[in-house]
Design a protein around this ligand. Structure first.
Ligand code: IPM
Ligand code: MN
Length: 359
């Protein structure tokens, strides 16, 4: 298969981890005879520094012309504590999601058997956890009208959803549940929010066409608690933009490190694949960031294009690295492996797959 992949490595550790994902993709291309073409473009703080715009026009058009986008991370501390900053790196990511119509963000959460002791939660609680969050990505409070009065003393962010916006992601979530353990949990705040009541109505209605899927509902505050008390009860979680942002970071604790969580953003056009972690500025250039979330995002990219075996090969190589403790210090404090060494090991395993399967 021929794929044109836009590489938006972004800020902080973004370039370091993305480089490892590319290594894995190149190894896959070699083993399976695919042709992946990578083209880089600026996004985030580095794009602001170079052009004044967190999402330069050339970057957006490259993404539009590509089959997929491999995204690193964005953000820089110089913007975080400056409420007066008019241009922010995050705007680049939000604009990209909106412009590419990426209305569904898929975030798998898994407790790897080899990492059960690394989680701050007890082994018996997290064992068997394997769920996927379907987070709405282009609506809700993130994109509603924002206001600040002229005195700068009162602010508001509008949270708005239409039936259509809810239906299109709900379809994808129901279909995903069908392929899995056939359970869908809608996470909302329907006891308080009108938008949540609309979500319940629309999703309940749609559920009638997916009778083989069991639909249940949880208020987001309860869901946050249930994810820590009994995470293995979940299969597919469907939720709106901001709740999804929050509970997916919470979910990352289960597996032992946020450095393991990958994501896919899909919708109308080219899809985007990115680790859920941020730019981790303190680690930039130190060769200590965990590249696995980025590498697993590359696996999700392959899966998106129907390359199931290839995706599985990356996943198996990652699991092998975890088993052999070839991991960065977030997973094993005394580890001597850095970002590059973990990336090399996984790419090497992928290449070895070929010699093993050829025998
Ligand atoms: C994420 C991030 C983004 C979000 C930020 C960087 C805008 O936290 O992808 O989860 O809030 O969606
Ligand atoms: Mn987030």
């Amino acid at each position: 298969m021929k794929l044109k992949i836009a590489v938006l490595a972004g800020d902080g550790i973004g370039p370091e981890v993305t480089a490892q994902a590319i290594k894995s993709l190149k190894a896959i291309a070699d083993v399976y005879g695919h042709s992946f073409e990578f083209q880089e473009a600026l996004v985030g703080a580095c794009a602001i520094d170079a052009t004044g715009n967190p999402l330069p026009k050339e970057t957006l058009s490259l993404c539009e012309q590509s089959d997929a986008v491999l995204f690193g991370a964005i953000g820089h501390p110089k913007y975080d504590n400056d409420p007066s900053a008019k241009v922010r790196p995050e705007q680049g990511l939000l604009a990209l999601r909106k412009s590419l119509g990426l209305f569904t963000n898929i975030r798998p959460v898994k407790a790897y058997p080899t990492l059960l002791e690394k989680s701050p939660l007890k082994r018996e609680i997290i064992e068997g956890t394997d769920f996927t969050i379907y987070r709405e990505l282009t609506g809700g409070i993130y994109f509603g009208e924002k206001k600040l009065n002229s005195e700068g003393t009162i602010a508001s962010d509008l949270c708005e959803y239409s039936e259509g916006e809810i239906e299109r992601i709900a379809h994808l979530a129901f279909k995903a549940a069908r392929q899995r353990r056939k359970k869908l949990t809608l996470v909302d705040k329907a006891n308080v929010l009108e938008t949540s009541r609309l979500w319940r109505k629309v999703v309940t209605q749609l559920g009638k066409s997916y009778e083989d899927v069991t639909l249940d509902y949880l208020f987001v505050d309860n869901a946050a608690m249930q994810m820590i008390l009994n995470p293995s009860q979940f299969d597919v979680i469907l939720t709106e933009n901001m709740f999804g942002d929050i509970i997916s970071d919470e979910g990352s604790v289960i597996g032992g490190s946020i450095g393991l969580l990958a994501s896919a953003s899909v919708g109308e056009g080219s899809a985007m694949f990115e680790p859920i972690h941020g730019s981790y500025p303190q680690a930039t250039g130190k060769n200590i960031a965990n590249p696995i979330a980025s590498i697993l995002s590359a696996a999700m990219l392959l899966e998106h294009f129907g390359l199931k075996e290839e995706a599985q090969t990356i996943q198996s190589a990652v699991e092998f690295a975890l088993e052999k403790n070839v991991v960065t210090t977030d997973l094993h404090q005394e580890s001597t492996y850095g970002t590059i060494q973990v990336g090399d090991f996984i790419a090497h395993c992928i290449a070895e797959t070929d010699s093993i399967s050829a025998v």
